[in-house]
Design a protein around this ligand. Structure first.
Ligand code: GMT
Length: 375
């Protein structure tokens, strides 16, 4: 099958999932065309089966806002015709589902039928999409997709609650390529980051308000009072600077390392002992799953789709959003006892293996067949 994948090319979870899915589909013989404004960050190599088409939006002084969805829908039409693409899979509703629908309509005028699958990822529904400024267009484009999927049951329920949805939503959870993590690392450079006796705590995100970055710092503050520890902060975003300031105020700057964005989070997770994800809301929590498959237990909030990934008392612990004290207590319960830490590490990896890419990619192939029948 020839499939166009539309996604955000950045470090966010939706772009990562879309890219990994495209690579896996290409490995199974499909021809994949990524269509977005920049080569996706996790897409290292293009090949016979993997193509990238850049969407350009020329600057023009009249435009206060550049019309990206217009350029995207035109590009989709051109690429579908040029490469004889069979199906569009758009990740993140805004504005991809809207642009995809316009492309479909334009192609239909020329007698070309292309089914569209829309995958909802989280903030396109819970934060941005439900805003009154976007709601009508998002509702419309979800209802007009041939198949709609959501990455968790929780996100499906949020979508049904927040929008007037007149169609079925299939839950297809996010996934991980287990085989990539089976090999382990021969060059896991723990000694560069911490001394033998220090535990390494890690947080990875886009440092937005929804991630409650100050809670990450506060939980670590409590941990380091009791045991020697270091905190790795991976990612970039608006809350990074306030976080650096908070570390200074708490007098822990020497124990917190801000690493910026990384393409090699597996190399950071390989020397991590615990992962913190105290988000306000999280439709799935891909970062938690990536931690778990690297044998890193997760201390998280009990919100959105996180409990579908992190199992309380098994792969880590869940607490109410904002309950820094409970999260710190749980973290210390795991970190203070080496046998407990070893147990949690082993089980976290085992739980994550249930989300193996090889189980999920065939589900998407089935969804694509369904989309052909619906179109
Ligand atoms: O977490 C973010 O702010 C980025 C966002 C995205 O679209 O990349 O992540 C969302 O999609 C991920 C992949 O499906 C999920 O794992 C994240 O939980 C979800 N984020 C939120 O719901 C806040």
């Amino acid at each position: 099958m020839k499939i166009a994948i539309v996604c955000y090319p950045t470090f966010g979870g939706s772009g990562v999932v879309a890219t990994e899915l495209g690579i896996a589909l290409a490995n199974r013989g499909h021809e994949i065309h990524f269509i977005t404004y920049k080569q996706p960050v996790r897409l290292a190599l293009l090949s016979e089966n993997i193509h990238f088409h850049e969407v350009n939006v020329p600057e023009y002084p009249l435009f206060h806002y550049q019309p990206y969805e217009l350029a995207l829908s035109s590009k989709l039409v051109d690429m579908v015709k040029l490469h004889k693409i069979d199906l569009l899979h758009v990740h993140y509703a805004i504005p991809h589902a809207y642009a995809g629908y316009m492309a479909k309509k334009m192609l239909a005028e020329e007698g070309i039928t292309v089914p569209m699958v829309t995958t909802l990822h989280g903030t396109d529904i819970t934060l941005v999409g439900s805003h009154p400024f976007y709601k009508s267009a998002v509702t419309f484009s979800i209802n007009k997709s041939d198949v709609v999927t959501s990455v968790s049951e929780s996100l499906k329920q949020d979508t049904l609650r927040l929008f007037d949805i007149k169609r079925e939503i299939d839950v297809v959870p996010n996934f991980i390529d287990v085989s990539k993590y089976d090999k382990g690392f021969t060059d896991c450079q723990r000694s560069l980051m911490a001394t033998e006796d220090e535990k390494i705590i890690t947080h990875i995100s886009n440092f937005r308000k929804v991630k409650r970055i100050d809670d990450v710092i506060k939980i670590f503050y409590e941990i380091q009072k009791e045991i020697p520890a270091k905190l790795m902060m991976v990612g970039e975003g608006p809350e990074k600077e306030p976080a650096e300031l908070l570390c200074e105020q708490l007098g822990i700057s020497n124990k917190v390392i801000f690493l910026g964005n990384s393409n090699e989070i597996d190399k950071i997770l390989c020397f991590s002992d615990l992962f913190l994800l105290p988000s306000e809301t999280e439709s799935f929590g891909l970062a938690a799953l990536e931690a778990m498959i690297s044998s890193v237990p997760v201390i998280s909030s009990n919100t959105g789709g996180i409990p579908e990934v992190n199992v309380h008392g098994v792969s880590g612990y869940l607490s109410e959003v904002g309950d820094v004290q409970d999260m710190s207590r749980n973290a210390l319960k795991i970190l203070k006892d080496d046998a407990e830490l070893a147990k949690f590490k082993a089980v976290a990896k085992k739980e994550a293996a249930a989300f193996d890419i090889n189980k999920i990619v065939p589900v998407y192939e089935f969804i694509y067949q369904k989309a052909f029948e619906m179109a």
